[in-house]
Design a binder for this molecule. Structure first.
Ligand SMILES: [Zn+2]
Length: 336
């Protein structure tokens, strides 16, 4: 299956020729719920992990003040709920009483104190093979990027709650069969539905914060530069960083836009988007996802726009930046 973003409503470089040299290729990931294997690029799927390499862990620096959930329960609840969604052309299934009881149990919250404290296993966020990520700069000799995180408020910032691994797949001999799991999840809306990807390269132009102020001011007079002509919505790799929507961008020389480990420059690596399209950026809806588009059995129409079920803040975007000089350094994350 492929995904095809329609051409932009107009070519912005005709009105603003100074943008022509600033185009970048981003890779829209187009996640679709499925059963990815370690050999597939994925969001929330299993990672090609060497059996003899320790799995990364992280200890939250805060005690969650909201009830927490178990990872297995999140997946179980989603599986049961998905069966009750109405598929195209028919009503959804009705769960048996036993299943309803299981659903109630899996939906229960737990006080964080009921679990042991200490470091916990990270969970897979995304895995990208270089063949599926056109435009993304892989460090020399590597062909696989893995991103893991601790589903919590600390996905923002510069802690080790988000970690990167760049690998050469031919060096992974024995593959880890069962990844460790955290004993509890502090923020269930940061656990992605396992998705296969349908990567597509698209051309992007800079967000306002990456342009000089004069040009940005002139582009702002075109309402739809931000939503339709510059940066693709949804999950993507490489390209330009997302626009800042609910807060001001950091000043260009701010420490917030420097590598947390070496202080060097950072650039856009992975964008954890809100919805893949919608208002006001409906023109990014792939042609394969039009009204009445085919859906997998059990897939709701919402899944098409929001396939991973990950929510960042109040529907914002998490931009993951990584170090330009040493790509394996801890990534910087900004909700924007
Ligand atoms: Zn660095």
């Amino acid at each position: 299956m492929t995904r095809t973003t329609p051409p932009r409503p107009l070519d912005i470089t005709e009105a603003f020729p100074e943008l022509a040299g600033l185009a970048r290729t981003a890779c829209r990931l187009h996640p679709v719920p499925g059963k990815p294997t370690v050999h597939d690029s994925s969001v929330g799927g299993p990672l090609l992990w060497p059996a003899d390499e320790p799995w990364p862990e992280y200890e939250l620096t805060y005690v969650p003040y909201e009830p927490v959930t178990k990872l297995a329960d999140i997946h179980l609840r989603r599986t049961l709920l998905t069966r009750t969604y109405s598929p195209p052309g028919g009503p959804g299934e009705t769960l048996t009483e036993d299943e309803q009881e299981t659903l109630r149990r899996a939906s229960a919250d737990h006080p964080p104190e009921s679990f042991p404290s200490g470091p916990q296993a990270l969970i897979p966020l995304a895995q990208l093979y270089s063949r599926d990520a056109p435009g993304l700069a892989f460090p020399q000799g590597t062909d696989l990027l893995q991103v893991l995180w601790a589903p919590s408020y600390e996905i923002e910032g510069d802690s080790a709650a988000v970690q990167l691994r760049w690998r050469r797949t031919s060096e992974v001999r024995d593959v880890l069969l069962a990844a460790p799991e955290p004993v509890y999840v502090a923020m269930q809306w940061c656990v992605p539905v396992p998705c296969v990807l349908h990567p597509e390269p698209v051309r992007e132009f800079p967000p306002y914060q990456s342009l000089d102020k004069d040009l940005a001011a002139r582009l702002m007079e075109w309402d739809f530069y931000e939503s339709e002509l510059s940066v693709a919505p949804g999950w993507k790799a490489g390209g330009w960083p997302a626009h800042f929507t609910f807060r001001d961008p950091p000043e260009p020389d701010s420490a917030e836009l420097r590598c947390p480990e070496c202080g060097g420059p950072v650039d856009a690596l992975l964008t954890v988007g809100g919805t893949e399209w919608g208002k006001p950026n409906d023109s990014w809806r792939p042609v394969e996802c039009g009204e009445g588009a085919e859906r997998a059995p059990g897939q709701s129409s919402q899944d098409l726009r929001d396939p991973t079920d990950v929510t960042i803040g109040r529907g914002y975007t998490l931009q993951i930046y990584n170090c330009v000089g040493t790509p394996s350094h801890l990534p910087r994350r900004i909700m924007q």
